[in-house]
Design a protein. Structure first.
Lengths: 134, 81
């Protein structure tokens, strides 16, 4: 399985990511998920989220999760994951996940599992930056 | 033996610092270190059940035997995405 991981501090280039998948003769499904920062966190309006990561451990844990995808869904051909760090404004993308596989079922399942597992084990935290009061 | 402890996210505020060093008797386990951390920083008692602990880049439990030079990380539940 091809795998690509990026932890980045600059805005995601969504157009480039969207066009960046590499097909094979067996590819039948390309699932691309974009997570964006909501304007509310808990009870209050926010301006942005600030993401912090223990980067070496985050990279290590992501690689273990990619191993988990490979083991659970051996037909998945490729996984690409990009996570923003630092300050991400409301409406901007904080997460990009792409799964390429022969059929849609394993692509949806693998993507859902990967994001759920990330939220359990990958050491990334966020802090809400409140919107200024008007 | 010397073990460094690093705090992440809002645990830095609980500890009042990002990193510190503990001098431990050889052969002590991670649980023994955590007890010492709570001794130095009583606020960690309140987050005892939600504290995640790694040695190096791997999660470890209280029984894990520490070695000289280990770097232990303490952090709250993760929130990626």
């Amino acid at each position: 399985m091809r795998r690509e991981l990026q932890l980045v501090r600059e805005p995601l280039d969504e157009d480039s990511l969207r066009r960046g998948w590499i097909p094979s003769a067996g590819s039948g499904a390309v699932l691309q998920f974009l997570g964006i920062v909501r304007g509310r966190e808990g009870d209050g309006a926010i301006e942005a989220l600030e993401y912090e990561a223990f980067e070496p451990m985050a990279e290590h844990q992501f690689q273990k999760l990619f191993d988990g995808v490979e083991m659970r869904w051996p037909t998945v051909e490729a996984v690409r994951l990009v996570h923003r760090l630092g300050v991400v404004s409301v409406g901007e993308a904080s997460l990009w996940v792409e799964v390429v596989s022969p059929h849609r079922a394993e692509a949806f399942a693998a993507c859902q599992w990967l994001i759920d597992a990330m939220k359990q084990v990958v050491p990334i935290w966020k802090r809400a930056l409140p919107a200024p009061e008007r | 033996m010397t073990v460094s402890v690093r705090y992440w996210s809002w645990f830095k505020d609980l500890a009042g610092l990002e990193r510190e060093v503990f001098e431990l008797d050889p052969g002590l386990a991670l649980g023994d270190l955590l007890a010492q951390v709570r001794g130095r920083h009583p606020k960690f008692e309140q987050v005892r059940k939600s504290t995640l602990v790694a040695v190096g880049l791997e999660y470890q439990g209280a029984e894990h035997r520490l070695q000289d030079g280990d770097e232990v990380s303490l952090f709250p539940p993760v929130q990626g995405g």
